[in-house]
Design a protein around this ligand. Structure first.
Ligand code: ARG
Length: 268
């Protein structure tokens, strides 16, 4: 029987963070872990490769031409910490192999100097790296508190040597937590905990991606109205919180940041 749809339904298409990741060194075309989401990545990739607005502007980093099979990596695991550093979650959705490949391509490109691989625990509340923290200002980060020390291992990739096409990178396994990585990269780091200091509220609000707010400016965020304790914690330190209704959106199991794709970043 012919399908009733030209494109099969893509119920997760509103999570634009995942099918593509833009970094200071180029674009990662995601290879989604779940088959049901791969068509989103294919769709976005055709737009970026063909639309006049993008086709000459994108520098693709991943996957390599003709690579098959492609290891998986999803945009929600890729966090730009600064112009020079990118963190990538090794998670349920993103494989170590893909991280190595992206690290190599990024370091070879030259803008980014450090790529961190953050090993996330295999638990629902750690689906992607962006579910556990969001940068809100130069030195201010909102996090799900358990994540800071639950991550027991991180690795740091840096460039070892580069001669033409021959690129060698170095991997150092750091027995360090996510907190240490953030402290290394964000001077004078200040942390706000989801749940406003109460671990049970933090846990409950993590079901609705408490730590995944969308920062639209320094100390200005869009957050789900249901995450009241987290929103209170944010307001207590002077962050402006714009609440959005969340009864339906949160059912997709992602937060406001997951629904966005930054195409260009203002210089700060
Ligand atoms: N970047 C994110 N945290 N995205 C959340 C995506 C949720 C979506 N339902 C999925 O399972 O893929």
């Amino acid at each position: 029987m012919d399908s009733a749809f030209i494109l099969p339904p893509s119920p997760n298409l509103y999570f634009q963070r995942d099918p593509i990741a833009l970094t200071p060194g180029g674009v990662i075309f995601s290879s989604m872990k779940m088959e049901g989401r791969q068509r989103e990545a294919d769709l976005l990739r055709s737009i970026f490769e063909r639309h006049p607005l993008f086709k000459d502007a994108v520098h693709p980093l991943f996957p390599a031409a003709g690579q098959n099979p492609v290891p998986s990596i999803e945009g929600g695991d890729v966090i730009v910490l600064s112009k020079e550093a990118v963190a990538i979650g090794n998670s349920e959705r993103t494989d170590a192999k893909a991280i190595y490949q992206v690290a190599k391509a990024l370091l070879a490109e030259g803008t980014v100097q450090r790529v961190y691989e953050v090993h996330l625990p295999e638990k629902r509340q750690y689906m992607h790296l962006d579910t556990v923290f969001t940068i809100l200002d130069e030195n201010l980060v909102l996090t799900y508190p358990d994540a800071l020390n639950a991550v027991l291992q991180t690795s740091l990739y840096t460039l070892k040597s580069q001669e033409g096409d021959k690129v060698h990178i170095k991997r150092e396994v750091l027995k360090e937590s996510l907190l240490t990585v953030l402290e290394r990269e964000i001077p004078h780091l200040d942390i706000i905990h989801t749940g406003n200091g109460n671990p049970e509220y933090a846990m409950r609000e993590q079901w609705f991606d408490g730590a995944n707010v969308f920062a639209i400016g320094a100390r200005r965020v869009i957050s789900y109205n249901r995450n009241k304790h987290t929103n209170r914690a944010l307001r207590n330190v002077g962050v402006e919180v714009l609440e959005i209704p969340s009864s339906e959106l949160s059912r997709g199991l992602g937060g406001p940041r997951c629904m966005t794709m930054p195409l260009s970043r203002a210089k700060v």
